[in-house]
Design a protein around this ligand. Structure first.
Ligand SMILES: O=C([C@H](O)CO)[C@H](O)[C@H](O)COP(=O)(O)O
Length: 215
């Protein structure tokens, strides 16, 4: 399972600092939606230039103009771009067209989608590289929130998926057991007193769980 750091920060400077601290422990560096809105796509270019060996994920959360928005993110240096599962099929198909032209990938973010299993299958048929079983920051803040529903949807959908929604050191093993291709971790890394140590602990937990599965 790959580890993706989600950087919900606000400046290019902070993004480059965090990326530098955690890059050795993560596979994918995500520029969060608030960061792209605050700093523009220049942050994608800056992080890709600083870490050409990492996959860079532009969390565009595109809802319309799929081909155009994906194209500008890929041109800025993104390897993966997110489109919302609530968007029209034509928006997802347009973004996939741009991804094919750049030889890159589209991730369909299922935030706010009621029937995530059905939409995950549809997104995959439309050409998504994988889907994101995602509960956003606002949904996580509701009382009683936990990851269980996302993990069950991932298991049921039987398509490649990532999980995002407050994943942390306590829950990352369950994410791996559910069969996720990617665990997305934001706050548990960027809000940690020592982000590098937090990312290393998550990486070690993934390796530890993998060894347990093998034995
Ligand atoms: O995508 C995200 C959210 O919509 C704000 O951009 C988060 O990056 C994602 O939920 C992962 O962050 P955590 O939930 O803090 O782990």
């Amino acid at each position: 399972m790959k580890l993706q750091v989600a950087m919900d920060l606000l400046t290019i400077e902070d993004a480059l600092t965090l990326a530098g601290q955690v890059a050795e422990y993560v596979d994918i560096i995500e520029l969060g939606t608030p960061l792209i809105k605050a700093a523009g796509l220049a942050v994608v270019t800056a992080v890709k230039n600083a870490h050409p060996d990492k996959l860079v994920f532009a969390d565009m959360k595109t809802m319309d103009a799929g081909e155009l928005e994906a194209d500008i993110a890929f041109k800025a240096g993104a390897d993966l771009v997110s489109v919302l599962g609530t968007a029209d099929d034509s928006t997802i198909a347009g973004a996939v067209k741009a991804a094919k032209a750049h030889n890159k990938g589209i991730v369909v973010d299922l935030i706010g989608v009621e029937d995530k299993v059905t939409r995950a299958k549809e997104a995959r048929t439309l050409g998504a590289k994988f889907v994101e079983m995602h509960a956003g920051l606002d949904e996580q803040a509701k009382p009683g929130y936990d990851l269980t529903g996302l993990l069950r949807a991932g298991e049921e959908a039987r398509v490649p998926f990532s999980v995002a929604g407050g994943v942390n050191l306590r829950t990352i093993e369950a994410v791996q057991r559910a069969g996720a291709e990617v665990a997305v971790v934001g706050g548990s890394i960027y809000s940690a007193a020592d982000p590098a140590q937090a990312a290393k602990d998550l990486r070690d937990a993934i390796i530890g769980a993998l060894e347990l599965q093998r034995n």
